[in-house]
Structures are given as C-alpha cells and as structure tokens.
Design a protein around this ligand. Structure first.
Ligand SMILES: Cc1cc2nc3c(=O)[nH]c(=O)nc-3n(C[C@H](O)[C@H](O)[C@H](O)COP(=O)(O)O)c2cc1C
Length: 258
C-alpha cells in the first residue's frame, strides 16, 4: 500500500485522535485535584480582598487561616452545623431540591429565582470578638449573574469592602464594577440607617459629598445604569428580610459572640 493511500491516511489520523484524546483525558484527571485547589484558593483570595485583608506575596492559605467559615440557615437566621464548611457549595445547594429555596416572584429583587436555604459566611475574629463578616451575594446585571462578596464591619452596617469575582457585563461599561477607583468608594459606606432601613444605593450620576445621604451613596457607572441597577437590586435582596438581615439582627442581639 502506498504511503499516501487513503486507508493509511485515515489510520494515522485515527491513531492520532486516540493518542490525543488519551493525553487530554489523562491531563484532565491528573490536574482535576489541582484545579479544585486553585478554585478554592481563588475564592478565598476574593473573600480576603473583600475584607481588605489580602496581601500579595503571602500564601492565600496562610492568610485565610484567620477567617472562620460558617454556614447560616437563612430561614431561621441561625448558624447550621449540618454541613461540612469545606465542601459546602451554595450554588449546588441552590439546585438541590433538599436545600433549594424558590424565591417568591414578588421578593426576587435579584432576579435569581432560586437560592440555597443555607449560605456560607466568613467571620474575621479577634480574641473571640467578631471584627467583620463577609457575605456572598449574587444577582442579575444586564447580561449576566454577578457574583461577589460584601464585607461588613462589626456594626453589621458599615461596608469594609465589596467586590465581584464573576460576571459577564461589558468591559468598559457594566464591567466597570471591577474598576478599582469605583470599588474604593465602598469602604465606609453604610447599608442601613439608624432605624435599620436599607439605604445603600448606586446613584445614576455622582454623589454630592455634602449631602447627608452621601454615607449611603456610591457614584453611578457612566453608560451602565442597568448593571448599576442590578447591583442595587442584589444588595437590596441579600441584605434585606429575605436575605441575611434576620441573621445579622440575631447576631447583633447575641452580643457579637457567634
Ligand atoms: C454592546 C453594548 C453593551 C452594553 N453593555 C452594558 C453593560 O454591560 N451594562 C449596562 O448597564 N449597560 C450596557 N449597555 C448600555 C445599555 O444598553 C444602556 O444604554 C445603559 O445601561 C444606560 O445607561 P446610562 O443611562 O448610564 O447611559 C450596553 C450597550 C451596548 C450597545
């Protein structure tokens, strides 16, 4: 048979496909543990960044050791011991009929339809006292579901940091939620007023720094009002009565000793 015969070409092509698929499958299996570790490390880095605790150059694992992960039952507002904090995944739990909570349409401000009844929260402790609490939040922007972490100080109202780690908004428009100069406005802003009303808001336009409401306001995103509206809605949902608010109130009553 000639070297260029159709049969030989097909045989070589087939063998090449088999060899490549074996290599790719082997790489996927061998690297899957590492990918999982990288995913956890990336998540922990985002949590540290939201809390303003991340220091480049120091292993994330070492930095994360000062953070305590707990699972909260949003229905009761109490901590739950029913899950392994290392493996708990609120996104999977939101799909699992056992743990899924279908959000009534009139309450679904974040437009997510379902969430997990249980959520992972992250406590920064010092000498047994809570210094700050980091809460996962997510909700629809214009094009995508935006996932982030918001960190609150021990008064459960003052923002220490707020950052998204996953979204599909347009770079230069909605994607400006990642812009460090926009993000740096959040620390020091307050979520609730003195009587507990939800007040934080991304404006359309700029904050009037002389206004008495400035403490509850963040500059808008030029050309991206719809993404900004999504940010407002998801905060209103997650920090409201159907989100973390009952839990935060209980934690406050408990004298900040979780
Ligand atoms: C290709 C394209 C991508 C856009 N991406 C976004 C986006 O990610 N977020 C957003 O709020 N608006 C985006 N917009 C603009 C919205 O359609 C809308 O005009 C804008 O949110 C209104 O904001 P403004 O009132 O600040 O101009 C995009 C528009 C186009 C044409």
């Amino acid at each position: 048979m000639s070297r260029d015969s159709t049969g030989k070409v097909l045989r070589v092509a087939f063998l090449l496909c088999v060899v490549c698929s074996v290599l790719v499958s082997a790489a996927a299996v061998v690297l899957s543990d590492r990918q999982e570790r990288n995913k956890v490390e990336e998540k922990n880095k985002n949590i540290l960044q939201a809390a303003g605790l991340y220091e480049a150059g120091i292993p994330v694992e070492a930095q994360f050791s000062k953070i305590e992960t707990r699972i909260v039952d949003l229905q009761t507002g109490e901590f739950s011991q029913d899950f392994d904090v290392v493996t708990f995944d609120s996104r999977s739990a939101a799909r699992d009929p056992e743990t899924r909570y279908q959000i009534p349409a009139d309450l679904d401000l974040a437009a997510i339809k379902n969430r997990s009844r249980y959520q992972d929260v992250y406590l920064v402790m010092d000498d047994g006292l809570l210094q700050q609490i980091i809460l996962p939040v997510h909700g629809k922007g214009l094009w995508s579901t935006m996932y982030g972490f918001i960190s609150l100080a021990e008064d459960f109202s003052t923002v220490n940091g707020f950052a998204f780690y996953e979204h599909g908004e347009t770079p230069g428009l909605g994607g400006e939620i990642d812009n460090p100069s926009w993000k740096k406005q959040w620390p020091g802003k307050r979520i609730y007023d003195d009587v507990g009303n939800f007040r934080i808001e991304v404006l359309k336009g700029r904050v009037d720094k002389k206004s008495e409401n400035a403490i509850f306001q963040v500059d808008g995103l030029a050309g991206a009002t719809l993404t900004a509206r999504g940010v407002n809605n998801l905060l209103k949902y997650w920090l409201g009565d159907n989100g973390y608010k009952p839990f935060l109130e209980k934690l406050k009553e408990a004298g900040i000793k979780p």
